[in-house]
Design a protein around this ligand. Structure first.
Ligand SMILES: Cc1cc2nc3c(=O)[nH]c(=O)nc-3n(C[C@H](O)[C@H](O)[C@H](O)COP(=O)(O)OP(=O)(O)OC[C@H]3O[C@@H](n4cnc5c(N)ncnc54)[C@H](O)[C@@H]3O)c2cc1C
Length: 402
């Protein structure tokens, strides 16, 4: 074990996974600082859907890692099980050619898939009633994780591995020495470390503005719902995959207690600027019309939804970098500082791989896959400035789902 110290800011799934991987590598002392309780940001609010069938080589390779790690974590974390039901990505005929162009890349990178027509989808999942022209791209390795199982189980495992998790501790700034980031400041004083890993999602913009770094992403409010049980028998299983139902403006998957979990876009909504460093996502709200529209949009696809009401709502934030890809890795101009954020609506899916890759950057100085396409400082400063000075609605940002 080394005598080094790593400081992780943020106790969402990205920070927890990084802490877990650093502890497994016996990096040294690993301290995670979280301003609220762990999972206080988007992580406890996520739908938890994961597919490996993304749109870029780096994304596909990172998701392959995530899918392997999720299965290992399923064995390792008491109280957590990966929802191994497959992920069905739906397309309508106009959207399909763009995705079909990626099939050779999936073949080349060993990301398995099946293409299903409407009849075959209905045969496999009788609860599903796709439109006649819908095309299904099934990721047989995909599925979902329940955030309320995964987040506490991962935090608990981190503690068992010796990670110091300090909840209720907000980082207010950085310690800098000789052009390096050598620690963070909190209300209780500075904490010195060899590496600082910033995994604070949309709060990154405010904290890193202190270092003169404009974070190249925009954030949007996003919401998901869980239905009342489909039947009186809460132990009955729902035979459905996790579905990225693109032609139906949303996504839907089985949830605990014979329920359905679903979410959807609000493309008309203007970007959200995190108002203060101590902002909490519990302050976010959504007009009631959103949940009514979601049920209307998704019921033709999953008619059983029509027999339910929405029982609970979770509202959080999703963040999109200029090109829609994550920001992950060291910041070249600030040695000692590493960043993991802007995972679009797919940070839950990315988290096991993102944590491993950040831990590799910190502990080994290199990663097992080339993630230069995710380098946080990959954009030209002029492009970032132009992006950040405009205000857009979500439909005007890059469109990415899970
Ligand atoms: C409704 C909804 C549904 C979603 N569905 C999916 C899905 O199906 N699949 C998927 O892959 N992704 C999904 N996502 C996206 C996913 O939730 C996020 O990408 C992911 O949780 C981001 O994790 P994180 O650790 O980066 O951020 P967070 O979970 O937000 O964690 C950041 C943490 O940093 C803390 N923090 C902030 N500032 C400071 C500070 N100065 N000092 C200390 N701590 C600080 C915050 O309190 C917070 O706990 C969804 C998101 C939402 C909102």
């Amino acid at each position: 074990m080394s005598s080094a110290t790593a400081i992780i800011i943020g106790g969402g799934v990205i920070g927890l996974s990084t802490a877990y991987q650093l502890a497994r590598k016996r990096f040294g002392k690993v301290i995670l600082l979280e301003k609220g309780p762990v999972g206080d940001g988007s992580s406890s609010r996520a739908g938890g859907i994961i597919t490996g069938l993304l749109w870029s080589e780096t994304g596909i390779l990172a998701r392959k890692l995530s899918l392997t790690l999720y299965r290992e974590l399923s064995e390792e974390l008491p109280g957590y099980r990966f929802g191994d039901v497959g992920c069905l990505n739906l397309f309508d005929p106009p959207a399909w050619p763009e995705r079909a162009r990626l099939l050779p890349l999936y073949d080349q990178l060993g990301a398995p898939y099946e293409i299903l027509d409407a009849g075959e989808m209905h045969r496999r999942w009788p609860e599903l009633a796709p439109g006649e022209t819908d095309i299904g791209l099934l990721d047989p390795l995909g599925g979902y994780s329940e955030p309320e199982e995964y987040v506490p189980a991962l935090a608990q495992r981190c503690r068992e591995l010796g990670v110091v998790i300090r909840e209720g501790t907000q980082v207010n700034g950085f310690v800098q020495r000789n052009g390096r980031i050598t620690g963070v400041t909190t209300a209780d004083g500075p904490i010195e470390g060899d590496a600082v890993i910033c995994t604070i999602h949309t709060w990154t913009q405010q904290l890193l503005a202190q270092l003169g770094w404009p974070s190249p992403f925009k954030a949007f409010v996003h919401q998901r719902y869980v239905s009342t049980p489909l039947s009186a028998d809460p132990t009955a299983a729902i035979h459905l995959p996790a579905i990225n139902a693109n032609p139906y403006n949303g996504y839907i998957r089985p949830a605990r207690g014979h329920r359905l979990l679903a979410g959807g876009e609000t493309g008309w909504r203007e970007e959200f600027r995190t108002p203060a460093p101590d902002f909490r996502m519990s302050a976010l709200t959504v007009p009631p019309a959103v949940q009514e529209k979601l049920a209307r949009d998704l019921t033709p696809l999953v008619p059983a939804l029509g027999r339910t009401q929405w029982e609970s709502e979770k509202v959080g934030l999703i963040a999109f970098a200029l090109d829609g890809e994550p920001l992950l890795g060291p910041l070249a101009e600030m040695p000692g500082l590493y960043i993991g954020c802007a995972f679009h609506s797919g940070g839950f899916a990315y988290n096991p791989a993102a944590g491993l890759l950040l831990a590799e950057f910190v502990a080994d100085g290199r990663t097992q896959i080339d993630v230069s396409a995710f380098a946080p400082d990959r954009f030209a400063p002029g492009d970032v400035a132009a992006y950040l000075t405009t205000t857009v609605v979500q439909d005007g940002a890059v469109q990415r789902r899970h």
